[in-house]
Design a protein around this ligand. Structure first.
Ligand code: SAM
Ligand code: DTB
Ligand code: SF4
Length: 345
């Protein structure tokens, strides 16, 4: 687990890093204008700043592997415009019941055998019912007993539900802000930005680590991308894990025909996330199949140090595990050792 962000900055802080920190005002709060200015840097300068930050805070330079499992697929009452699991859109996803414990544990064992560090269980719920929480806590205990880091993404959480998940051994809770506050309104109408912030605050109060990021390439402007990263970077503390998803346009969803984001703008987004949230694991999430090897290599150069690993995300595809291992090997990138596994040995 990462150190608290309140610890002193490394003594080896390079001059350019110190200059960079001055860009954040005395209260440590980023403005949208400062983050837009990072986006607007000449590409090589932005990449250099991102690499300096990465080297300072992650001298090992390893890549974390997180495996996803959809434990409850489809039939969701929400209207997130990007999501194939929303019941109201006519997609190929069929609604299923919550998976049984044994099936989840088999998938977690396979993820561990493939070298994964973290196992993330996702459910297409607006929010879990208390009886769902009971079933998911059994899954968390079982996955944790295998020596994997645990993560869940189940929708909005009340404070007592967050507490129950933490007590079962949940290390991370994923709940994304997804985009900037103003663009959010054109993407989702069934819950507000403040609902998301409230869930994140319940997760923090329960003592779990926060996994929070969003999606780029939904038609937002650069200013809105900057505003989204400003929201994340100003969470106090900022999330330990930051998944950056590239929209996967799925037939039947309102965003099915969305034009892809310029790949270099995606790389810039990763670099700005690295600079503004220096201790976070920045994860290349949905959309890697479309990015290709060269763009992914640039993302690692820009400071990405986590990926979703395994052939399937929730309902859409992801690169083959073998292909990912080959890419990391070719780039000379080590994978993160599982701290839990080391303890067990
Ligand atoms: N239902 C829960 C929720 O929305 O919080 C958890 C699962 S939801 C599928 C998790 C995240 O997946 C979303 O917040 C969004 O960032 C991402 N996601 C969903 N569909 C996507 C798509 N088509 N492309 C990229 N990311 C997507
Ligand atoms: C996150 O930010 N991305 C993951 C995870 N958190 C749960 C989900 C990506 C889903 C992509 C679309 C799908 O496979 O259904
Ligand atoms: Fe439901 Fe989550 Fe999909 Fe939104 S992103 S429709 S809440 S499963």
């Amino acid at each position: 687990m990462l150190d608290s962000q309140t610890v002193e900055k490394p003594l080896t802080l390079m001059k350019s890093q110190a200059d960079l920190r001055k860009e954040v005002d005395a209260s440590g709060v980023w403005s949208v204008a400062q983050i837009e200015a990072l986006f607007a840097l000449p590409f090589n300068e932005l990449m250099l700043k991102a690499q300096e930050t990465h080297k300072t805070y992650f001298p090992e330079g390893d890549v974390e592997l997180a495996t996803l499992l959809s434990i409850k697929t489809g039939g969701c009452p929400e209207d997130c415009s990007y999501c194939p699991q929303a019941a109201r859109y006519d997609t190929d996803v069929k609604a299923e019941k919550l998976m049984g414990l044994e099936e989840v544990l088999e998938a977690a064992k396979a993820a561990k055998a493939a070298g994964s560090n973290r196992f993330c269980m996702g459910a297409a719920w607006r929010e879990p019912k208390d009886r769902d929480i009971e079933k998911v806590t059994a899954m968390i205990k079982g996955v944790k007993a295998l020596g994997l880091e645990t993560c869940a993404t189940l929708g909005m959480l009340e404070a007592d539900q967050a507490q129950a998940l933490q007590e079962a051994g949940l290390d991370f809770y994923n709940h994304n802000l997804d985009t900037s506050e103003d663009f959010y309104r054109s993407v989702i109408s069934t819950r507000g930005y403040q609902d998301r912030l409230d869930t994140i605050s319940n997760v923090r109060a329960a003592g779990m680590s926060v996994c929070c990021g969003g999606i780029v390439g939904m038609g937002e402007s650069r200013e809105q991308r900057a505003a989204f990263l400003t929201q994340l970077a100003n969470l106090s503390p900022y999330p330990e894990s930051v998944p950056i998803n590239h929209l996967v346009p799925v037939a039947g969803t309102p965003l099915a025909e969305q034009k892809p984001l310029d790949p270099l703008e995606f790389v810039r987004t990763i670099a700005v996330a690295r600079i503004t949230m220096p201790k976070a694991r920045v994860r290349l999430s949905a959309g890697r199949q479309e990015l290709g090897r060269a763009v992914q290599a640039m993302c690692f150069l820009a400071g990405a140090n986590s990926i979703f690993y395994g052939e399937q995300l929730l309902t859409t595809g992801n690169p083959e595990a073998e292909q990912d291992r080959a890419l990391l090997a070719e780039l000379g990138l080590k994978t993160k050792k599982s701290s839990k596994a080391e303890v067990l040995i």
